[in-house]
Design a protein around this ligand. Structure first.
Ligand SMILES: Cc1ncc(COP(=O)(O)O)c(C=O)c1O
Length: 365
C-alpha cells in the first residue's frame, strides 16, 4: 500500500482517451442542454438496472424534490423519514413545506426500523421516505406493506445504493418514487446529476414539466402554458454523455464494491471489538461505503490512519442540525448506531492488497 491516504470515497471517470473525444463531440455540437444524450442515458440506465420510467435530473436533490411533489406531498403533510442520512434527504422535505418525522433506525445498519415507522404514523402522514444507508438495503418490503396498509406513499432515496437488490428485486422498484444521485463521489457520476424513477407512468408528464419550469417540451414556446411553477432541474447533454460512458463499465465498478464489502463481512465479523452489518438472505448491498461498528470508533480511525487509510463517520445525523431541531425525537437505535459507526473504504479503488492490509491492521489492533 502506498504512503498516501486511501480515501473513503473517490471520483470515477472514464480514461481521458475514451472520454475526451466524445466530450468534444457534445461540447461543440451546439446542443448542450437537455437533448438526445439525456434521453439515451435515461433509456440505458432504466434498462441496465431494471427500473421503470426514469427521468434524468441535474441532481439527486432535484429528483427528490420532484419525487415528493409527484407523490402529492404538500405543506403541512408529515413525512416519516430517517435522520441517519445525508442532509438533502430531509432538506427537500422542508422544501415542500412538509414536516419530517424522524423514526428510529436499527442499531445494526442505520436503516429505518419498520416498527418505529409504524408507530410514527398519524392522520397527517402522507409518505415514508426510506434511505438505503451506505448502500445496505433497508427492509423495504415491510415498509411497502406498511405504506399500502395505511394508503400512503413510499419514496426510496437510493443515492447510496445503486446496484443493490432486495428480495431479488432492484432497489428503486419498491417505492411509488425513487431517486438516485450521480454526484461526484457516488458509484457513478455525471459530475452532478440524478435520476427520478416513477412507478406510475401517468406521473411522468407532470414530473417532466416540473423538471423544466413547468413548461411542456415540444410545445412551441409562444403557445406553451405553465399551470404549475416548476424548477430548473434538467440534466444536460454533457452530463448525459458522461453517464452513458460510465454505464459501460458500471457492473465492474459495483462488482468491486460488492466483492470488497463481502470480503470485509467475512474477515471482520469475528474480529474482537468489531461488528459488521448482519446481511439478511433477502438483502444484496452495493456497499457504497463499508459500515463497520466498534465500541471505540476513534481507535479504528487511528489504526487505519496509521496505514494510510481514511475512516470516519462521514455523515451527521440530520436532527443534530439547528434547522431540524424542532423535529428531534428520542432515537436510541440511532444513538447506538452512530456512536459505534465508522465507515471504511471498500470501493473500486481498493485492491486485494489494500483490503488485506486493512483487515490485518484491524485484527492486530
Ligand atoms: C442519501 C442522499 N440523498 C440525497 C442526496 C442528494 O444527491 P445530490 O448530491 O445528487 O443532489 C445525497 C447526496 O449527496 C445523498 O447522499
Amino acid at each position: 500500500m502506498s504512503g498516501s491516504t486511501l480515501p473513503i470515497v473517490k471520483v470515477r471517470m472514464p480514461p481521458a482517451d475514451r472520454l475526451m473525444p466524445r466530450l468534444a463531440e457534445v461540447l461543440y455540437s451546439g446542443m448542450l442542454a437537455e437533448g438526445e444524450y439525456v434521453y439515451e442515458f435515461e433509456r440505458r440506465f432504466a434498462e441496465h438496472f431494471g427500473l421503470p420510467n426514469v427521468l434524468g435530473f441535474s441532481s439527486g436533490t432535484g429528483a427528490l424534490h420532484v419525487a415528493l411533489l409527484s407523490c402529492g406531498i404538500r405543506a403541512g403533510d408529515e413525512v416519516i423519514t430517517t435522520s441517519m442520512t445525508a442532509e438533502p434527504t430531509n432538506t427537500t422535505v422542508l422544501q415542500v413545506g412538509a414536516t419530517p418525522i424522524f423514526a428510529d433506525v436499527s442499531p445494526d445498519d442505520g436503516n429505518l426500523d419498520p416498527a418505529a415507522v409504524e408507530s410514527s404514523i398519524t392522520p397527517r402522514t402522507r409518505a415514508i421516505l426510506v434511505v438505503h444507508y451506505a448502500g445496505y438495503p433497508a427492509p423495504v418490503a415491510a415498509l411497502r406493506e406498511i405504506a399500502d396498509r395505511h394508503g400512503i406513499a413510499l419514496i426510496e432515496d437510493c443515492a447510496h445504493a445503486l446496484g443493490a437488490r432486495y428480495a431479488d428485486q432492484a432497489i428503486g422498484t419498491f417505492g411509488d418514487a425513487a431517486i438516485f444521485s450521480f454526484q461526484a463521489i457516488k458509484h457513478m457520476t455525471t459530475v452532478d446529476g440524478g435520476a427520478l424513477v416513477l412507478r406510475d407512468p401517468e406521473r411522468m408528464r407532470e414530473a417532466r414539466k416540473l423538471r423544466w419550469f413547468g413548461l411542456e417540451k415540444g410545445v412551441p414556446r409562444t403557445a406553451v402554458d405553465i399551470t404549475q411553477a416548476g424548477f430548473k432541474y434538467n440534466m444536460t447533454n454533457v452530463a448525459g454523455l458522461i453517464g452513458l460512458l460510465q454505464l459501460d463499465d458500471i457492473d465492474e465498478a459495483i462488482g468491486r464494491h460488492k466483492a470488497n464489502g463481502r470480503f470485509f463481512d467475512d474477515e471482520l465479523a469475528t474480529t474482537p471489538g468489531l461488528s459488521v452489518v448482519p446481511i439478511s438472505p433477502e438483502s444484496m448491498p452495493s456497499y457504497w461505503i463499508y459500515t463497520l461498528l466498534s465500541d471505540d470508533s476513534d481507535d479504528v480511525e487511528r489504526i487505519l490512519a496509521g496505514i494510510g487509510v481514511a475512516a470516519s463517520k462521514l455523515h451527521r445525523p440530520n436532527h443534530l442540525h439547528s434547522v431540524f431541531a424542532p423535529y428531534r425525537r428520542s432515537m436510541p437505535g440511532l444513538e447506538t448506531f452512530y456512536r459505534r459507526l465508522v465507515h471504511i473504504p471498500c470501493g473500486w479503488w481498493i485492491g486485494d492488497d489494500d483490503r488485506a492490509n486493512i483487515v490485518h491492521a484491524l485484527r492486530r489492533g
